[in-house]
Design a protein around this ligand. Sequence first.
Ligand SMILES: [Zn+2]
Length: 277
Amino acid sequence: MQLGDQRASGNVEDRRGIGIAGGGLGVGAIVIALVAYFLGVDPGTVTSVVEQAAPQRQAPMGAPTDEMGQFVSKILGSTEDAWASILQQSNSQYRPPTLVLYDGQVRSACGIGQSAMGPFYCPEDEKLYIDLAFFRDLQMRFQAPGDFAQAYVIAHEVGHHVQKLTGVFQRVETIRGRVSEAESKRISVRMELQADCYAGVWGHRAGAMNQLDTGDVAEALNAATAIGDDRLQRQTQGRVVPESFTHGSSEQRVRWFKRGMNSGRPIDCDTFSTGSL
Ligand SMILES: [Zn+2]
């Protein structure tokens, strides 16, 4: 990518090295929050714990100065510029999310996040959470190297934030309370594929701003392939169970990313009313 001219976003909270500060995990009620993950992690396996308010060490805000910190801040800045201009066309204002960098464990309004869950977005506090170790995983474990592959991860989580702004999260949460688990998974797939398509919409803008190198799109498509539910299931359990998909197959993730990338318009990302995903 070519990010030389891109401003770095200041909406970065650097919790690296801070950990989950303050007090032990005082157990209150157990809540399973609706959180959007990048990988096909079953949110049901992640139980979060409501704690007594514990003092937290203040995390510095603003673009970190280290190389990776600068990179994510610029990608976030690029998504802010893209979505602000897209929403402006429909006379809406973009309220940017905060990106939280952490290592190991992190406390969010949706519960305790862990690196193993992969990057995630919490609609309650409108923050995206990333442990940069995931980028190493992306390269080594999922064999999806490249800066644009990493940018796609951030843009996907930002896509979930756009869903929060457009009311999709709220609608889905209402529906989920009334439907079977199988139906709930199918809705989850539609949400995830829309976030992939929104990542593509950002990619389109990045291309228009001359931020892309040859081969960048291929990196994102390779990453989308690597983290499809079918591919992950084959790797982890040796077989593919389409009914348990929460994010969509590799082919679907690639197709919806491409769709956003080609059109650059969020209106073309309506995964909810389409008959065939
Ligand atoms: Zn997601």
